[in-house]
Design a protein around this ligand. Structure first.
Ligand SMILES: Cc1cc2nc3c(=O)[nH]c(=O)nc-3n(C[C@H](O)[C@H](O)[C@H](O)COP(=O)(O)O)c2cc1C
Length: 584
């Protein structure tokens, strides 16, 4: 690891903190003339439309968390269509009176800017393709753009290293889409979004009885070759983030999948050009060199093949890294509610305002927190839980919660240690006056502590850039990551990966809120060190990386909702932009 790259990551983190008297650098206004198109397309690529499947009542949402409860479906055109439809597709269009509509997706994104692009690398798929190929997923039309045909031998060189039926889902980020609005802090938001997308893929896979594992053994250059983004240059370039192996669940699913890059593959891929030219997203761009610099410094380099973070789990799928997972600490399993998983996934939205009244009962709150734990309470053998089984590294993120309105629970500041190591470590980093009391009625398996009894609404609101949603909900929280020690131990690529882990937690919160009949919202705008001050954090051993709120939503009655693929109907268009780009 180069000390310089580490310093770049640490410096980027410091300079992109929001402070009461100074926000991280951005333009400070929205330059509508350069607004990026949220839809990437590869002109000239072969387009393969996917099905828009009807929603199924089964499986139940709660069944997704019970290993083995959802029968594995075969990989074919219908199931691949469902995978993308429930992971990365459009979920609706919204329109305010007198303004053009804007689209929402299954995976949320800071400012709805959607920097994340999806890819599929797969062998022949029944009903879709007779050849192995690399595809870009075009969310606007819910179709695959075939960018390269792979030889049977090349595909086999990957397939042979994965469980039967596996496909690869790739994710890339276009930083410009996010920096257009948020300036230098945008790199953080891009990686929150990657985390949300990873979890969205894992949940969609689970509805099909499939599993997802993040493959963290390929370098950024190898990913760029595989996903065919290597020719992209400049501000609109896609930065390859990761690939997930997605496969029909088998008896003993691997806890982690490390793909070795086939020796001759690079040369073969380099000999032929991918098909299709990426569309232009903006007329002009504002450079953000701090983002270019941190993106370069945190790229995954090839050999020596040191894992970014050490594997967390043994072959049986049981983590050796987390004492929570080893000890008898799981909360009791919850019963299966009559909630269809696909419905919950597709109805997920961010609340724009919360009512300041809705409360959640203590037991429902505890059950929701149990779903944020990395180990499953719902299996005797307790492998890693959905979607955390996707990540091949130890748990680095715990939660500091501002509890506002939970029935039979004192309002105050609480700590959920997602790994018992964290509880011990945080006792040494947080204020010495904190109570560390087990809350009443808390299941023995839930490592939750009351730190301070108080009305935290004013503090929560102030810390979250004065956003009322942080105070008007049932609870809001900050995700505390083990920080500088992790970057020093595992190197600069750990920096974006900490945001991915936070994004996964955010996605579970979004879905859990929907399942509880309320709503969540990710909060990327917060005053970092103000949160640290509340907690007594004085150094970089722990840093808050992402905030979140959950509560009773207040809808804006002026907004009209339009079905996600109304524009796929012949002769129907959605108010095309006047600049010739597709509707946004
Ligand atoms: C990483 C991240 C940060 C976000 N930060 C905020 C925020 O600070 N304030 C807010 O009101 N919404 C925030 N949101 C919500 C987004 O604005 C929302 O996801 C987006 O508009 C798309 O809407 P949807 O979630 O309903 O699909 C955030 C979302 C994400 C994923």
């Amino acid at each position: 690891m180069s000390q310089n790259s580490l310093n770049v990551a640490l410096e980027y983190h410091e300079r992109t903190k929001h402070h009461f008297d100074r926000y991280a650098r951005s333009l400070g206004y929205l330059d509508w003339a350069t607004q990026p198109n949220p839809f990437r397309q590869f002109e000239g690529a072969l387009r393969l439309p996917l099905d828009e499947p009807p929603l199924r009542d089964e499986p139940a949402y709660d069944a997704l968390f019970q290993p083995g409860a959802v029968a594995a479906q075969p990989v074919n055109r219908q199931t691949i269509s469902r995978l993308f439809y429930h992971a990365l597709a459009l979920s609706a269009w919204k329109q305010a009176p007198g303004t053009p509509p804007w689209s929402l997706r299954i995976n949320p994104s800071s400012g709805a800017l959607h920097p994340t692009e999806g890819y599929l690398v797969a062998g022949p798929i029944d009903g879709l393709s007779t050849v192995a190929a690399v595809y870009h997923y075009a969310a606007h039309q819910h179709e695959l753009e075939q960018r390269r045909i792979l030889s049977a031998e090349d595909w086999h060189s990957f397939a042979a290293q994965m469980p039967p039926g596996a496909v690869l889902i790739g994710l890339t980020s276009i930083h410009w889409r996010e920096s257009w609005k948020y300036g230098e802090r945008a790199f953080r938001y891009c990686h929150h979004d990657v985390g949300h997308a990873i979890a969205a893929v894992a949940f969609a896979a689970a509805t099909l009885g499939w599993q997802a594992r993040l493959v963290d053994s390929l370098s950024a250059d190898e990913l760029a070759l595989l996903l065919d983004t290597r020719h992209q240059q400049g501000p609109e370039a896609e930065h390859p983030d990761c690939v997930l192996a997605v496969f029909p669940a088998c008896d003993r699913p691997p806890a982690a999948i490390d793909l070795a890059w086939p020796a001759a593959l690079g040369a073969r891929l380099q000999r032929t050009e991918p098909i299709g030219v990426p569309n232009r997203l903006s007329r002009d761009h504002q450079p953000w060199p701090a983002i270019d610099k941190v993106a370069l410094a945190t790229r995954r380099e090839p050999a020596p093949r040191a894992a970014t973070c050490p594997p967390a789990a043994d072959a049986a799928g049981i983590s050796a890294a987390s004492s929570c997972e080893d000890s008898d600490l799981a909360a009791p399993p919850r019963s299966v509610r009559p909630l269809a998983a696909e419905q919950i996934i597709r109805q997920r939205r961010s609340a724009v305002a919360l009512d300041g009244q809705t409360a959640l009962d203590r037991d429902a709150f505890y059950a929701m927190l149990a779903r944020l734990m990395p180990a499953s309470a719902e299996s005797a053998r307790r492998p890693r839980a959905l979607p955390f089984a996707t990540l091949p590294w130890p748990v680095h993120v715990s939660l500091a919660l501002f509890v506002h309105r939970v029935g039979r629970l004192a309002p105050g500041l609480y700590l959920l240690a997602r790994d018992l190591r964290h509880a011990t470590a945080l006792r040494g980093s947080l204020r010495t006056q904190f109570l560390w009391q087990r809350p009443d009625g808390c299941p023995a398996g839930l490592p939750l502590w009351l730190l301070l009894q108080a009305d935290c609404r004013p503090a929560a609101r102030t810390i979250s850039c004065h956003q009322a949603i942080a105070a008007d909900g049932v609870f809001s929280l900050g995700m505390l990551a083990e920080f500088e020690p992790v970057l020093r131990e595992f190197g600069p690529p750990a920096y974006p990966r900490l945001f991915w882990e936070a994004g996964l937690i955010g996605q579970v919160l979004y879905l859990e809120a929907e399942a509880a009949g309320i709503r969540g919202t990710g909060i990327g705008c917060f005053f970092d060190d103000a949160m640290h001050d509340v907690l007594g954090i004085r150094d970089r051993r722990w840093q808050t990386l992402y905030h979140f709120t959950v509560g009773g939503p207040v809808d804006d009655p002026r907004l009209q909702t339009i079905p996600p693929y109304a524009h796929r109907t012949p002769n129907r268009t959605l108010a095309p932009r006047t600049d010739g780009l597709p509707a946004v």
